[in-house]
Write a new protein. Sequence first.
Lengths: 341, 341
Amino acid sequence: MAPKIKDVAKRAGVSVTTVSRVLNDEKYVKDDLKARVRRAIDELGYTPSHIARSLVRKKTNLLGVIVPDITSSFYSTILSNIEKTASLNGYNLIVCNIIEDIDKEYKYLQVFKEMRVEGIIIMHEKLNDEIRELIGKLDIPIIFSSVKPVDQSFISVIIDDYHAAYDATQYLIQLGHERIGFIGGDMRDMTSGQNRYVGYTQAFQDSGLEIEEEYIFFGDYKPQSGYNVMKEMLKCEPRPSAVFAVSDDMAVGAMNCIHDHGLSVPEDISVIGFDGSQLTDLVRPRLTSMEQPIDEMGKVTVDTLLDLISDEPKGAQEDVILKHKLVERNSCQPYKNRTKV
Amino acid sequence: MAPKIKDVAKRAGVSVTTVSRVLNDEKYVKDDLKARVRRAIDELGYTPSHIARSLVRKKTNLLGVIVPDITSSFYSTILSNIEKTASLNGYNLIVCNIIEDIDKEYKYLQVFKEMRVEGIIIMHEKLNDEIRELIGKLDIPIIFSSVKPVDQSFISVIIDDYHAAYDATQYLIQLGHERIGFIGGDMRDMTSGQNRYVGYTQAFQDSGLEIEEEYIFFGDYKPQSGYNVMKEMLKCEPRPSAVFAVSDDMAVGAMNCIHDHGLSVPEDISVIGFDGSQLTDLVRPRLTSMEQPIDEMGKVTVDTLLDLISDEPKGAQEDVILKHKLVERNSCQPYKNRTKV
DNA sequence: CTGAAAGCGCTTACAG
DNA sequence: CTGAAAGCGCTTACAG
């Protein structure tokens, strides 16, 4: 068995209280005793039990994180920054990866409670009633990152989806496009899907353009759905001259579909994505995207949550809105420069 | 404060022992008592403390995982499967994301020990002496996943890198290529970099071909390094007609570099990757790759580790070698079909 | 079938 | 400056 504090005390010839004191770096321990304890610790290879400590201190330094899909470049980047910031603040992460399996989320929320995590970060885009209820009575600070439930009762770190989508659409309109396809996300549960859709339509109205229902589609944020939906869109007559997808993954799927049909981006169809994931630089042409401050988002999420956890929170109990930014790469071009087909 | 077992006992009018018994689903509790306890639990919203349980049971159901970069499609896919398998077996994950910061690994290993995780999974490609020593005296079952340290002392779940690289190179040779560029990985610490390099050179020798040193480069497995290295390779006269990169990420970087120089894959240069990450299907042309069984790898890693942890391990204490598989997509073509430049 | 008591490995008043 | 004792929230022999 691993040595315990008692073993250290015995070996150093002091009380466990004293060992505990040098462990916790308290003053009021004579130097020679301190040295003896330190030596005993080294010789025994003693490491204090976080379990026992947590029990008495009533503090676990644990954060629970729920990710919809760790494999997604967008979420994994946020997670990476969450981990980094948490680690910097002495917190460790219990990570739950939902993959379609919403029951798992419920189960993990229970686990989080059992483990007495000090705070919970949720990035999932779906939320059923059962989970909503559980979250409500969990009595653990919860924060949503990059997503916002339609309920007003939870705090989110998020961008202004409406304006981001509005700006992305305006960008395409400014380039001279009038037939702009839209690949949206889920319209239930989370506000992002709705707000981005409204941003798209509002930009059309403000520009005096007609909204063509046949150019509007919805996917699930993943590449394959962008591909499938684009396939349908290409059947339209005339086909759109530009496409706005509300995730980079779907935008890449759309680009690939366009490519596989013998057409070119941006010569035949301009494509703009959303998120600012690593993919934007890995595909050709590079993908122009309405970017979220992904790195900052992970950091701010943890900072805000830690504030919520602390005894006297400084921040107001409200959403944190981060700035979006359009990053131009090579997937969009003015309508006029379009090559004849 | 959250209710404790004592509160439940009081409310149900029984002893804490009895509550504990129904919590742990033991027999020997009369139905009516059981019902009373259940009700009290519901009414109080009681959730047992995993901390307290761990302390007395001497079992944490925790696994520590060290990932070099959660953001990489390859590692995040393995991690996703690790999480899935662990969860299925009632284990939770503490995740550490190293990013260049090797000190963090040392620190986390300490944390893992403090938290009394039952097992550790390491996917990092580097290992300094300090960490090696710490690992040696940690007294916690450790398993390496997808990487294998040069020391023989640790167990790995891995493919046969030598043969995989050999087969990949042979594939190119069979297609008629003779000038095959190589983008390798780190040759220190881990065996993968070395074995893949040797597989490449051996395939040349067995085919009676000359190895051209100027076509051999090394990167760090990430896209950017593939890009940079390819840039150098394109300066060779004559330039290679095919390239083998030992990671899909580097292969994609190389493809992008080729594209940015006005050349085409596979018409001008064939490219084959390694890993079988999601990227292979997201780029155009789709990337042919020597694939590792990524999904299986995560599962097998956890299964093997759990066996190691158990009281009577069934498996032998040795590496688990998984099968590699060449998956042809569209990034390679026979040398003869090459279009004239 | 049920409960009182000891103990898991620590920290923290309290006393000296 | 140092130590004996209580207690964190559970489980598990042990006795009945």
